[in-house]
Ligand binder design. Structure first.
Ligand SMILES: *[C@@H]1O[C@H](CO)[C@@H](O)[C@H](O)[C@H]1NC(C)=O
Ligand SMILES: *[C@@H]1O[C@H](CO)[C@@H](O)[C@H](O)[C@H]1NC(C)=O
Length: 588
């Protein structure tokens, strides 16, 4: 005889098969049909299909998440891979993203969506390759939080605007170990040429800075939808690293936004004045545009139909062309496909916005790492001329006097045996490597970050908190760009290394989550309640900076455990930054 449960199983068989097919065999199968099929089943049956999974009803449909428990102190509900825009494919490629309409669909939100196409710098675990259809959002909230609304944090991932994805940030861990509840949001935005293709032709088409517009659409999505997840849309922190940090800084500098979308910011190793923000029609970007359309086989058509041509190409043609042009400029770090001055989201040179006094005044945490340049500069650099040539190529608008000044600011180990950049490590790098790493790291990241701290703290009431990440992780990399990410999320693989690593991770995580829930890194004591008070930065008379992991080189093979976090005088690279600050905005 057939029992009820056997009947149920039989009834569910087609659905199970469909789901299995959808998830494992044919990821490209149109999921719409399956979802609309499931949504027509009685709700009780849907619950069985999705077991007791957390579900949230949104205007765009019902999202069914999963509860994540592994390595966390408290379980976290994760809703992953939810679209926040119509797929930017076909005729929607190279256009501003459009919001998603209302529906009664049921959406399986258990897995991250694909990352946006780009060549990854580091291997991404579980990477299935990129897809143009990548505009998805992920939400993490403490399991069973009840009806109150909690602060929200939106993570903007990094990757030079040409790679990276939300899933590399272990956001569930950050939420699951937080002393007080908050709702975290991560997402993908368009990258490379698909997201950032500047040129006069692009401007005529009205599609500059698409990736930044994607971010704004996501911020709006959060305003419209986050209450359903238990988030308070009036308490949003933006946080992010590298290109994510530059992006956040551009939104902070965009006075049109006010506090519509966000109310505090954590800006890690990035700034609006970082690297170079060119006008959209800068010669560099015009050249890169030309090379891109040639590579995509749209270089011969009339300029008025270039975008029509680009929209008709297969995805891999566009992606390959984007990667090829990015790679061509990568050795000189004159990166293609970057945000540009568009007169709209970035109205003028960021340094001029600082001077105008017209930015969004909100509490800010910002910081840099000791060895920001490690990934990016030529490893084998060996001759003194290569050092100066590197900066001549990177910064063509700098005068010869400026280049000589850089040459002196970073004493050449070939000529000055007391130079701090003399290479004594037993690693295969050229004798100019340490020097160019320092100079590029200062130029691109550390000095713009310190500039933000100086300008913001002098010009706004809300506090600014400055940090330096000094934990030496590897002999060559030192305290490398991005190293702090897995510490802020309190990842198991770092906190299990040693007690001191756990303390550094716990302390950084405690400051950041306290800032997210209150606007003050000191307000929530918790397990790391004995941590030093993080004093707000004050440029005058002398700034104070929170230094993480100073003297700790245990991961690099040393035995120093150093100090987890302590306030110090902000003297590091002061002389060098004084120079770089005078050049801010001189870019092409
Ligand atoms: C893009 O590059 C991949 C990998 O190099 C290659 O397999 C593919 O054929 C290329 N696609 C096009 C359209 O050129
Ligand atoms: C990191 O620590 C190791 C071990 O003490 C040392 O050899 C190396 O020079 C340090 N690296 C940096 C960039 O400070």
């Amino acid at each position: 005889m057939l029992t009820f449960s056997r009947l149920l199983k039989l009834a569910l068989l087609p659905v199970t098969i469909l789901l299995g097919v959808q998830q494992y065999a044919l990821p490209s199968l149109n999921t719409f049909h399956i979802q609309s099929y499931i949504s027509r089943l009685p709700v009780k049956l849907q619950d069985v299909i999705f077991f007791n999974r957390p579900r949230v009803v949104l205007p765009q449909g019902t999202v069914v998440g999963i509860t994540i428990r592994e390595t966390l102190k408290i379980p976290v509900d994760g809703f992953r891979g939810i679209p926040y825009a119509l797929p930017p494919v076909g005729d929607r490629r190279f256009r501003r993203a459009e919001p998603i309409g209302a529906s009664d669909d049921v959406f399986d939100a258990s897995r991250f969506g694909p990352r946006c196409p780009g060549k990854q710098l580091l291997p991404t675990p579980g990477d299935t390759g990129g897809s143009e259809d990548c505009m998805t959002v992920n939400i993490f909230r403490p399991h069973g939080i009840g009806n109150k609304l909690f602060p929200v944090a939106i993570y903007v991932h990094g990757g030079a605007y040409n790679r990276g994805t939300a899933s590399t940030h272990y956001t569930a861990s950050m939420v699951g170990w937080s002393e007080q509840p908050f709702i975290a949001v991560t997402f993908n935005y368009r990258l490379g040429a698909l997201g950032f293709l500047p040129s006069t032709t692009t401007a005529q088409e009205g599609v500059l800075n698409l990736g930044l517009h994607d971010q704004l659409l996501l911020f709006k999505w959060v305003q419209d939808n986050i209450e359903a997840f238990g988030g308070d849309p009036s308490q949003v922190t933006l946080f992010g690293l590298s290109a994510g940090a530059h992006s956040i800084a551009h939104h902070v500098m965009n006075a049109d936004l006010g506090t519509t979308f966000f109310h505090r910011a954590i800006i890690e190793s990035g700034a609006a004045t970082s690297r170079a923000v060119h006008p959209y029609d800068a010669e560099l970007h015009q050249d890169q545009f030309r090379e891109f359309i040639d590579a995509a086989d749209c270089g011969e058509v009339d300029p008025s139909v270039v975008f029509t041509c680009l929209r008709q190409k297969p995805e891999s043609t566009i992606t390959n062309a984007s990667v090829a042009v990015f790679d061509r400029y990568n050795p000189s770090v004159r990166w293609a496909f970057q945000p540009v001055i568009d007169g709209e989201l970035i109205k003028q040179r960021p340094i001029d916005t600082w001077k105008s006094g017209n930015w969004n005044r909100i509490p800010i945490v910002t910081g840099f790492n000791t060895n920001e340049g490690t990934y990016y500069v030529p490893r084998s650099m060996s001759k003194s001329e290569e050092f100066t040539d590197f900066f001549r190529a990177l910064l063509p608008a700098y005068s010869e006097t400026d280049i000589q000044k850089i040459d002196q600011l970073y004493p050449d180990p070939a000529k000055d045996f007391t130079s701090p950049y003399t290479e004594s490590r037993d690693i295969s790098v050229g004798p100019q490597y340490k020097r160019v790493e320092a100079a590029y790291g200062h130029y691109a990241y550390a000095c713009p970050v310190r500039h933000t701290a100086n300008l913001a703290s002098a010009g706004q009431e809300p506090p600014v908190f400055l940090y330096q990440w000094a934990l030496n992780k590897t002999v060559q990399g030192g305290a490398n760009h991005g190293d702090q990410m897995v510490y802020e999320t309190f990842n198991p693989e770092v906190r299990s290394i040693s007690h001191s690593q756990e303390e550094i991770a716990g302390t950084l995580h405690a400051y950041f989550t306290s800032f997210i829930v209150s606007g003050d890194p000191n307000a929530v004591p918790g397990v790391y309640g004995k941590r030093s008070t993080w004093e707000p930065y004050n440029a005058s008379p002398a700034g104070r900076i929170m230094v993480f992991g100073d003297g700790n080189d245990e991961r690099a093979g040393g035995n120093g455990v150093g100090i987890a976090a302590q306030m110090m005088n902000d003297d590091w690279s002061r002389k060098e930054c004084d120079f770089w600050w005078t050049k801010s905005g001189v870019s092409d």
